[in-house]
Design a protein around this ligand. Sequence first.
Ligand code: ADP
Length: 856
Amino acid sequence: MDGGGRGSSIADKLAKERRARLAAERLLEQKQRELFAANEKLALHARALSDQVLQSRDAARAAQSEAAALKGQHSRFLDDLERAHTAAVMAERRLWDSIETIRDGFAVFNAEGKLVAANRAYLAVFADSDRVVPGTAYEDILRLCTTRNVVDMAGEDPEEWVRRMLARQEEERIPTVVLRLTDGRYVRLIDRRARDGDMVTLGIDITEQMCIWAALEAIPDGFVLYDRQDRMVACNQRYREIYSETAPAIVPGARFEEILRYGLARGQYRDAEGREEAWLAERLASHRAGNSLIEQQLGDGRWLRVLEQETPDGGRVGLRVDITEMKQQQAALEEARLAAEAANRAKSAFLANMSHEIRTPMNGVVGMADLLCDTDLNGDQRLYAETIKTSGEALLEIINDVLDYSKIEADKLILRPEPFDLERCIHDVAMLLQPNVQERGIELAVDFDMFLPTRYVGDPGRIRQVMTNLMGNAVKFTREGRVTVRVVGLEGTEADGESRELHVTVEDTGIGIAAEHLDHIFGEFNQVDDQSNRRFEGTGLGLAITRRLIEQMGGDVWVDSTQGVGSCFGFRVTLPVAEEGAADPAAQIRFAHALVLDGELTNRRIFERQLRTGGMEVVACRTVDEAIAAAAGPCDIVLADAATAGDPGELVRALRATGLMAPVLLISAAPEEVRTGPDAGLFAAVLERPLLRSRLFRTLQSLSAGMLEADPVTAPAQADGRQMRVLAAEDNRTNQLVFRKMTKDLDIDLVFAGNGREAVELYRSFRPDLIFMDISMPEMDGRDAARTIRRLEEGTGGHVPIVALTAHAMDGDAASILAAGIDQYLTKPLRRAAIAERIVALRPAGVRAVGADGES
Ligand code: ADP
């Protein structure tokens, strides 16, 4: 375009110059004619003079002076003309000089197709430039191109080429052509006809441009350039091939939207099918956004990656990369991944089922060993029986771990949130760990933030499992010192209702973990395997399960540990609060000054904080002596740790000796011993360690009210009423035996059914108050039996509680069990306490007490 403009403007200038020259010549001619006319007039005058013989001298003189004036005019004009001519020649020379300097070829042909002039760049193309001179015909120049091998004709017949080039000249608007010269250069020929029939030729060297284009053609991807008005400027061939359906519309100047619409109408874009307008809007938006990267599927199934980038002048340069193969690989990988995951789930499900199957016979082993221990045995026999029992229990724990982990892996573990007391849950775990804690002589303290509500909605069983793992590990790996559980909370951000982000940490002073092991102890089956650790047993699954459980609750787990110093495991979960704000701990507590005696710093700190939030001033003492000294100060109540006191009775007597009459609360790991001991009367209350905050406050409130909360007393069994009727459906003889032995101390009427059908019959004839129902039984399984019983009840209006006994604790099973009309279920192996507890809890009114511990 530029070249064309430059060429025509030079040609215009030339034409103008020529016209100026012609005009000047015409003017000269005209003036000469005028001069000639004036001379004639002069002759006429002379003739008149001779006729009239100097009729008027004045007239002659006037004529003479006019002639002189005209002559002067003439010579002045000749000067002007001379100057104009010189200027025109100079301008033409300057013009040619500048035309010579440009590196593009320039030539002018006259209307007959003969060369008028050409610059050096034009002539340089022809090795034999002497043959191209003014007057040479255009056709001859073309032939010279063929005979001298100037132009690379790409195999075209030379005559044909000359004919084609000549035909081109005949066209109304001569089309531009690009010639490849044999020296490797590219020339774009632009020919324009001037008004007087001349033809101006401009040959622009576009070698560099062509190199870039050649490169763009060589790349395997589609390349396209749009201008700022979204009109296509250029694209490579690959671009047209990619969009083969749309190719006819992909022409320079076409608008992007037109091209898209053309393609849409021909099913070019698979991802637009059925939503063409919406697709178009999205596509245009991403195109206009400038820098975008999208994936596109074409009608023939191929996939493209579409990259578009804004150019500095506001246009868009785009690349289209065919990623079909990559997509296919991706799909294959995804398929393989899904298959692997399915296989893994299947494996986990198998593992889970196997664990169930193992649990069923284990039930017999542990249950019978338990019963065996209760019989008269000699020393060796007792050792064997107890070993069987503890080994069986240990094995069950491992199986439980494997089962849990398999469930998590098989995506079968479902959390069952319900309101529960977190503090109580942690204390329960602490209580269970007490035997180990005492055996090691370490301290276990729970520091539950005073300002934190204790009731939350979460899965209590799983939280308890996590706490058991972390606290169990802490106790297991600590030989001296203490284990401290801390619970703090931040206000949650839950939009509907209150929640807390809970941080729970379990810190110990145990063997610690070396830095290099820290990263993988949360992995499956990972244990720190070194000298210090080898004597501790375990599956290495506990922390993996903990992590997965907490993650399933939406939280995270961490650990911080220094070898030889101790570890701190923590987790964070956000749980909704299950109570209406925290109860005011200070309510109804009348004590203003408390004296605390505890040798453990952590315990003192906890007491201090707890009591202060209860509105009390606290003096904390480490030793008995310190406490006796502090008794002189203000004191309304004493809280003493039994272990620190040594002899608690002696402590109270010493305090009383100072004149202190305030009530003394004793906190002991073995409260029963004190309560039944000789000094029981000295204490206002004896509380068990670890101490639940709510328990402490309830005690303080009761003491404030002047009446100490009585410890629950077992009510005497009522002697009246009939015996409770219990039906147990269980096909396995061993398990029947275990069940019978486990309930032998209860005052119940127990009948067994060997399968579901018998259970239904006995339901009618025996009229049980409670049914224990095994699930997998021959003939009719537990679910069917339960369903039948519930149907029978529809007629009578009654509802007998049914408790399933199952080794299958997969969550799907639990749901189907409950769906069959079963009220509750117990998981095997059966525990004597759990069975007794159910029997007591489900005893109907008017039936004689069964005599189990704790029954009131
Ligand atoms: P295990 O059943 O072996 O206890 P876990 O997954 O619970 O499995 O723990 C994995 C390993 O992490 C343990 O074997 C032990 O090496 C290390 N570990 C866990 N808790 C502690 C702790 N409190 N102190 C030191 N080491 C610990």
